[in-house]
Ligand binder design. Structure first.
Ligand code: ZN
Length: 174
């Protein structure tokens, strides 16, 4: 009997160990400031993408939402950063891996924001702007603005306090 419960404990540890490893492999988290983080999704050794997270006083802002299939992994990664709900989403452009989980976060109460030309693509949006949009998230000043780069719905997202710009596909180093 004692041996049986010891065996169960061992199984539990092994299973937990595997899930933690998988989770860590999916998203890596880099802290940029007291409020800002960059999450990197690794689909393979050569295929990966970044997204941004800004933690406010009563909710979280996501810069892009990545793929629907990765949303559970994304949410569990967010829980390691903050218990607050996702309140806003800003999409940098219409690339699928930037916006596919928009509707998921909208259903949970988030407001989905993007440049107005996103309306010409099958992207789930709610609030569209023309040239520039500013949001105060806690102490962070978020400025989303159009650029001529990448595509005609593309925006850069600048975090003034953290001194960071999320450029997504408007910057490439290959
Ligand atoms: Zn692209």
């Amino acid at each position: 009997m004692k041996l049986g419960s010891l065996f169960k404990t061992c199984i539990f540890i092994v299973v937990t160990g595997v899930s933690v490893t998988t989770h860590a492999k999916n998203f890596t988290v880099q802290k940029l400031s007291n409020q800002a983080y960059v999450l990197t999704k690794h689909w393979s050794d050569t295929s990966k993408a970044n997204m941004g997270v800004v933690v406010g006083d009563d909710g979280i802002l996501l810069i892009n939402t990545m793929m629907q299939d990765d949303v559970e992994s994304l949410e569990s990664t967010l829980r390691t950063i903050s218990p607050l709900p996702v309140k806003y989403v800003i999409n940098s452009n219409w690339d699928t891996y930037n916006h596919q989980a928009n509707a998921h976060f909208a259903k949970k109460g988030a407001t989905i924001i993007g440049q107005k030309n996103l309306q010409y693509r099958p992207v789930y949006t709610q609030l569209l702007f023309d040239d520039e949009l500013r949001l105060k998230i806690g102490k962070e000043e978020v400025v989303a603005y159009t650029t001529d780069a990448h595509s005609f719905a593309h925006i850069n997202v600048q975090l003034n306090k953290a001194n960071v710009i999320f450029m997504t596909d408007s910057f490439r180093n290959d």
